[in-house]
Design a protein around this ligand. Structure first.
Ligand SMILES: Nc1ncnc2c1ncn2[C@@H]1O[C@H](COP(=O)(O)OP(=O)(O)OP(=O)(O)O)[C@@H](O)[C@H]1O
Length: 236
């Protein structure tokens, strides 16, 4: 389980998150929803080590990892895929995958590559294409594939369907479900597409102005009597 306990974080003197208790259970999809600017991305960045943490803890399987730098968190199996810039656009698909596996020996790399390509078979015939020439959806596939090569156990996805057509967005949602069910990954999903995200998620957190306004199951949030107001007006 990945958790934050009483987390206060932000950017230097700009405080964004206040007393956030967050939990991503193993082998579950946890949605993080909330209005623009409520701190969803900041939560992911704080877990990964890209913000200033004023107080509180980031905990992975009961180990305090608050102060570990991002590369150490990667080694522990946490992957953070930002909304953009999650692949090297000037490099080919193959080169992106090779770089992700640079610490693996050849046979381990081949095994991980096969696994990643079995989840995202559409990358197979695009191996020599520059990542920058892929469609937005394919680029997301590649980003997640590189995380699989790095042996990620926890995937933190920041708006993976942003700017995608509805067709590609539903493909991404389907693959996220596969990653949970077939590879048993733990997934944290920040999404603007709230209803779709909640439909595939097990648990949900809503942030408003940097504070947890709701935590429970995704179904509880979807069926909440104030859900319309949550989503439309984001008021409690
Ligand atoms: N690198 C940064 N430096 C300073 N302030 C930042 C930085 N990144 C984000 N912020 C500020 O932190 C606040 C929360 O932003 P954040 O991106 O976490 O919100 P969000 O809920 O993910 O929003 P959105 O849904 O629009 O992506 C915003 O006021 C934003 O301007």
């Amino acid at each position: 389980m990945l958790e934050t306990r009483g987390l206060y974080a932000g950017y230097k003197e700009l405080h964004i998150l206040f007393d956030v208790d967050f939990k991503a259970e193993r082998n579950k999809i946890t949605a993080v929803v909330g209005p623009n600017g409520s701190g969803k991305s900041t939560l992911l960045k704080s877990i990964f080590g890209f913000t200033t943490i004023y107080d509180g803890q980031v905990v992975l399987e009961d180990r305090d990892i608050t102060k570990l730098p991002p590369h150490e968190k990667t080694r522990l199996g946490i992957a953070y895929l930002p909304q953009t810039d999650n692949v090297f656009t000037e490099l080919t698909v193959r080169e992106n995958l090779v770089i992700a596996g640079y610490i693996l020996d050849e046979s381990e790399y081949q095994d991980r590559l096969e696994l990643a390509l079995s989840v995202f078979p559409e990358l197979r015939d695009k191996m020599d294409r520059k990542a920058g020439m892929l469609s937005g959806g394919e680029r997301q596939f590649l980003g997640i594939a590189t995380a699989l090569i790095r042996k990620a156990k926890v995937l933190m996805l920041d708006e993976p369907t942003a700017m995608l057509s509805p067709k590609f967005a539903s493909q991404i949602f389907e693959r996220i479900v596969n990653l949970r069910d077939e590879l048993k990954l733990t997934i944290v999903l920040v999404e603007q597409n709230v209803i779709k995200a909640l439909e595939i998620s097990d648990n949900a957190f809503m942030l408003i102005s940097g504070k947890v306004a709701f935590s429970g199951t995704a179904r509880e949030l979807l069926e909440h009597e104030k859900f319309e107001r949550f989503v439309v007006g984001y008021t409690l």
